[in-house]
Ligand binder design. Sequence first.
Ligand code: HEM
Length: 416
Amino acid sequence: MTLPPAVSGARLLVGHTWEFLRDPGELVRRGHAEHGRVFSVRLPGRPGVVLLGQDNAKFFHAESDALRLSIREAYPFLRHMFGHNTFWLAPHEEYLRQRAVLAPQFCPRRITRHVAEMDRRTTALIDSLPETGTVELTDLLGPLVIEIATSLFLGDDAASRFRRLLTEFRAFADGMDPLLPGWVPARHLLRSHRARDRLRRITSALVAERRAIPAEEPDFLELMARAPFQDDLLVDLVVMLVWVGHETTTGHLCWALTDLLRHPEELRRVHDDAFLGRALQETERLHPVTPFLTRVATVDIPHETCVIPRGASVMLHPGVSHRDPAVFTDPDSYRPDRFLTEPASALQAFGGGIHRCLGEHFAQLEMKVVLRRLVERMEMRLLDPDPVTVKGHRSNWPRRPCRVAYAKKARPFLPT
Ligand code: HEM
């Protein structure tokens, strides 16, 4: 048995490295066209195996749950951001211990309490805008999403007390570099490290304050502050949660709004909760914000007629899997109602198995609240009508500029 067939275009010595870093989507599309749903790419130091489609995603998650595919080894560049012992970067037993504390905080009953806060912050943002104007979508919605995540994890008043939190988190995100090791003194990595240190200091202070004066109704921060975690770990966990909670949701929310604005007949239906859920799924299908889900094989793993060798990077690419015409009819078109008959189970952007996104319910609620409020209060028109995805390995946000011209409605109403 051998490695899956390799995609064309590998260069001498560097293999597919540059293309993988610059435009991984194009590389995966070519691999799919040449070899179908399982193929390999040549990456620095190790082979990469790409798995596409629903059955391969199930295989990927089952092998991850059985620890033959390791999430811990897969994202080494996150260690300098979140520490070595934080959640899936920790050994498996330690990850399970931390997960057992975190997971109950994400149950629907707890999360639903935050709807009023999401709504209040969205309304305040709209109120703060001039009556008419132009906004860049990621500039408008990114800070809102961070504010909402901050209020969930660090307490209601954290965002207003620490205005710089928002800019610190953007600088911190610059550390997501799959190529350069964290110790390289590159400008973006140094910026990220400085932001990380400031975020740790602010978070420690908030935890200490909360321990000294408990809240009347215990919130997430308080439950975490009482959890059996060392202070350093506690702080890194909270920073990680705010980061994962905003980085992904911002991209999905921006895409969901652009998709709706490009389809006015669908925009009019956002007050229908079930429809809005399907619209968010359709955006997940067309614009999954996570470019790859990655693992490292801890043993040789036979798969179909090939073998995935120990040490290989194994990757799902939701963007290409979601456009398979064998699963979704007319896969490039935006049709939220397709999910009345087509399988939402084929969607991969929230992951699967034990690592399936803990914040999915929170993100769905938040995106629904924000989208409804924006559509209720503002007429909006896309000034850049065909937004495209940023290239590379950061979350798949729409590439800037992605501008919207708006006018506040004289009498806010929900379109019928
Ligand atoms: C549109 C929004 C979101 C998307 C697309 C998304 C996507 C994902 C994906 C793909 C994973 C699995 C990664 C892997 O297996 O390699 C994941 C895990 C996770 N997500 Fe999300 N996420 C979103 C929002 C959130 C939010 C709002 C939070 C927190 C409030 C959150 C918290 C987490 C956590 C804690 C995990 C780790 C679960 C584990 O490994 O046990 N996510 N997310």
